[in-house]
Design a protein around this ligand. Structure first.
Ligand code: ZN
Length: 299
């Protein structure tokens, strides 16, 4: 599978000591895995948090086959004892190895690159479909790469927009497969069950297009004072969006025209409360909002 894409903002893939020395495939893969997990959970499958306590591990000494020991995401992306089933090679427009040097804040905008997914071991069509959708959703509604998510603090600007991109071209996309087949494949009980209410699940996302919120308005959405220092409102959805200290943030807003924003909640009720608040108090237009279930429906 080859996907040609173009950066719309700087792209950050991680680096050494806070500077990006080159494009790191591992940063992109980590980001793709995150979207892949979100889609798997959204379709009713299981995906562990690879950084959490209950992550998967493969032990070849155990009689259970790999898929029984692993969640659907680890089955493709690998984990302790089990290697990732594909390799990502990044090429430039002339299909040479990518060698454009990033700047201080990451790879520049309007750079074209080709992501070439090379199969290292047999990959099921269902996995190819999910991987393809992960790239698509990140492109249409989210971002890729990015600095370690940090909670908004005060009015300090935490870097500019990062990680927006468009897909320019694609080939080798799995054709003979659809969502229904993928859902069956995820649910036939072959994968390790692992669920956690708090983990991001595509169904409980909200996505905003053509609009975004600035820091002060985000603080209002979170139930914080204008300077972001005090908690002044404690609605259920606001507590959920604020999350726990030290846990990555749950709202992302991008100024780059035409604007984009997304975030996630732990369930449908809180997602709907958030969407109502966005419409009624923060001037987000109904036609610019989509929920994750609607996005899943389009796949
Ligand atoms: Zn796992």
């Amino acid at each position: 599978m080859d996907i040609t894409l173009k950066t719309l903002t700087p792209l950050w893939t991680g680096g050494v000591d806070g500077t990006m020395d080159r494009l790191h495939e591992t940063g992109l893969i980590g980001s793709l895995r995150w979207w892949y997990e979100v889609i798997v959970r959204g379709l009713g499958g299981y995906a562990c948090d690879p950084t959490g306590d209950n992550h998967c591990e493969y032990d070849p000494q155990k009689p259970a086959p790999p898929e029984k020991q692993l969640c659907a995401a680890c089955y493709l992306f690998g984990c302790t004892g089990w290697q990732r089933k594909f390799k990502l090679i990044i090429l430039d427009e002339s299909r040479n190895l990518f060698s454009i040097q990033p700047k201080k804040d990451g790879l520049a905008e309007n750079i074209m690159m080709v992501w070439q997914f090379i199969q290292l071991r047999p990959i099921d069509d269902e996995e190819k479909w999910l991987l393809y959708q992960a790239v698509h959703i990140a492109s249409n509604y989210g971002v890729i790469g990015g600095r370690t998510p940090r909670k908004p603090q005060g009015n300090k600007k935490v870097g500019g927009d990062s990680g927006l991109f468009t897909i320019e071209n694609e080939s080798g996309i799995p054709q003979e497969i659809d969502k229904e087949r993928v859902m069956k494949w995820l649910k036939i009980g072959q994968f390790r069950r692992v669920t956690h209410e708090e983990w991001p699940d595509l169904r409980w996302f909200f996505f905003i297009q053509k609009q975004h919120l600035k820091r002060k308005k985000i603080n209002e959405l979170l139930g914080l004072s204008e300077d972001g220092k005090k908690q002044i409102s404690h609605n259920g959805f606001q507590k959920a969006l604020r999350g726990k200290i030290g846990v990555s943030k749950k709202i992302f807003s991008f100024e780059k025209p035409p604007g984009r924003m997304w975030g996630y909640l732990p369930n449908q009720i809180l997602r709907e409360r958030t969407i109502s608040y966005l419409r009624e108090n923060l001037g987000i237009q109904a036609e610019n909002i989509k929920n994750g279930q609607e996005v899943l429906h389009e796949l």
